[in-house]
Design a protein around this ligand. Structure first.
Ligand code: GLU
Length: 469
């Protein structure tokens, strides 16, 4: 039997990090089993679907390493509508489903004040199809439905507690529960690996598989992803869109490594591992069923490690979207013609060890490309104290006299200027840094001045000095 798994997102919003995690788990499982990964876009909620969300899913998967053309699909659920209706008709004809025209209020009036689920009123009343008649599945009165779940063992659901659920609406359109099963069936899916949120649907869906006469798949419900308050990640409250992380400058390698650690860990005392190790060692059966904490701080630290591990030329390439403003990434504060690739290449190794997300490259290097620095006024106020004017005067004079404009000479020169005033280097360089870069923190100062060049450095120092008059 060839293993066939599927990832079945609904194109109703930004692509969620939890979805990316499930996709990767499906992807690895298929690879390990010599199986097939199928992408199915569940686009039957016409009111909430948008084509751009489908494109977003494809491009997010591509970014995370599940590249277009390397899987089966995308298939679209809407293309299978005929099969969904045919399955509903088969269930009706075989007596496994029946029509019902009760409203919720009708059921409530019959069964008491609290709605406890459908009471089976139309089970044997012989109502035929018609407008407003929903089709309900006749769940067995006895026995239990045992779900075989690779992560959760054998969750067991008593059939008498499962209400006769709706499989097609009053207008005849099949609901998600049925469409999802019929698609899995027609696509020959053998393993359904999906989020824990769907576990309550599973016994109902398995009953549908049984009723349609096909052996149900093996299930694996992967743990829900939660925030630091143990709340399920929500798009209104938490940063959940993969796209947001991508725009901030997370590397796909760091992201997919981190996502795979939600509920699982590789061997040994390590977390950052090459993808090949994850592909080899990951075991779906070992995934912890408890909710998995999505720790953005940890992800960020991971990303910093991944950035530092890049060869410098790859780091330079990886920064390009932020240096030029590509796609949905905001343009930098300088004009394209102000950018100097050589100057950037000269400071790139210094920046590489300091930033944790690629978007941080912009505030670290903008002083190199702007005609005058973007002044952080709070930094100015904090740094420019009594004595700063004189210090800048001395530093300008000393720098003007420098024979060689290199980091080492700049450093020893400024050190000497400070020493005359009994100041340590840190205190001496603070006003120079603010004057030249507009900030109190940034790349190593003297290397920055070397790259910026004598003329621009001195112009900025003189301009700062004038401001202090
Ligand atoms: N379309 C469903 C969702 O996005 C997936 C259901 C499934 O994986 O079975 O939640």
């Amino acid at each position: 039997m060839t293993v066939r798994v599927r990832f079945a997102p609904s194109p109703t919003g930004m692509f969620h990090v939890g979805g990316a995690r499930s996709a990767l788990q499906n992807w690895i499982y298929a690879k390990q089993q010599g199986g097939v990964f199928v992408l199915r876009i569940e686009d039957t909620d016409a009111a909430r679907n948008k084509p751009e969300w489908t494109e977003g899913i494809l491009s997010a998967l591509d970014w995370i390493g599940i590249s277009r053309g390397s899987y089966e699909g995308p298939h679209f659920q809407s293309e299978n509508a005929g099969e969904h209706r045919a399955a509903a008709a088969r269930l009706y004809e075989s007596g496994r489903a029946y029509y019902c025209d009760c409203t919720r209020e009708d059921v409530q009036a019959r069964t008491g004040s609290q709605y406890q689920g459908y009471d089976g009123y139309h089970r044997d009343r012989g109502l035929g199809p018609g407008p407003g008649h929903a089709l309900r599945f006749r769940t067995p009165d006895e026995g239990a439905t045992v779900v075989v779940d690779l992560i959760r063992g054998e969750p067991t659901f008593e059939n008498k507690l499962i209400e006769d659920f709706v499989i097609a609406r009053g207008d005849g359109s099949p609901v998600f529960l049925l469409a999802n099963v019929v698609d899995d069936m027609t696509m020959g899916i053998t393993h359904v690996i999906r989020a824990e949120e769907h576990l309550p649907n599973t016994p109902k869906q398995q009953l549908l598989w049984d009723a349609l006469g096909v052996k149900p798949p093996i299930w694996a419900h992967v743990p829900v992803v939660v925030n630091e308050k143990r709340q399920k990640l929500s798009k209104r409250r938490d940063k959940v869109a993969l796209e947001a992380y991508r725009e901030e400058g997370y590397l796909p390698g760091a992201m997919r490594n981190y996502l795979m650690l939600l509920g699982w860990a590789p061997s040994g005392d390590r977390e950052i591992v090459p993808w090949s190790v994850i592909e080899e060692e990951f075991r779906l059966e070992e995934v912890n069923p408890s909710p998995a904490f999505f720790d953005e701080k940890k992800l960020r630290a991971f990303n910093g490690d991944y950035i530092r591990a890049l060869p410098v030329d790859e780091f330079v390439d990886a920064c390009q979207p932020w240096l030029t403003g590509t796609g949905t990434i905001a343009p930098p504060p300088w004009q394209p013609e102000e950018f100097d690739a050589d100057a950037f290449a000269a400071v790139a190794p210094l920046a590489q060890t300091r930033i944790t997300v690629l978007s941080e490259i912009v505030p670290n290097v903008d002083f190199l490309f702007l005609a005058s620095p973007l002044m952080d006024e709070a930094a100015w106020a904090k740094t420019m104290k009594d004595g700063s004017a004189e210090l800048l005067d001395s530093a300008v004079a000393a720098f003007e006299a420098l024979e060689s404009w290199d980091a080492e000479s700049l450093k020893s020169t400024l050190e000497a200027v400070g020493a005359e005033r009994g100041l340590k280097l840190g205190k001496t360089q603070a006003p120079v840094r603010v004057a030249v870069t507009g900030r109190t923190v940034g790349l190593p100062l003297f290397e920055s001045l070397e790259v910026l060049g004598r003329e621009r450095t001195l112009t900025r120092m003189r301009a700062a000095r004038l401001r202090l008059v």
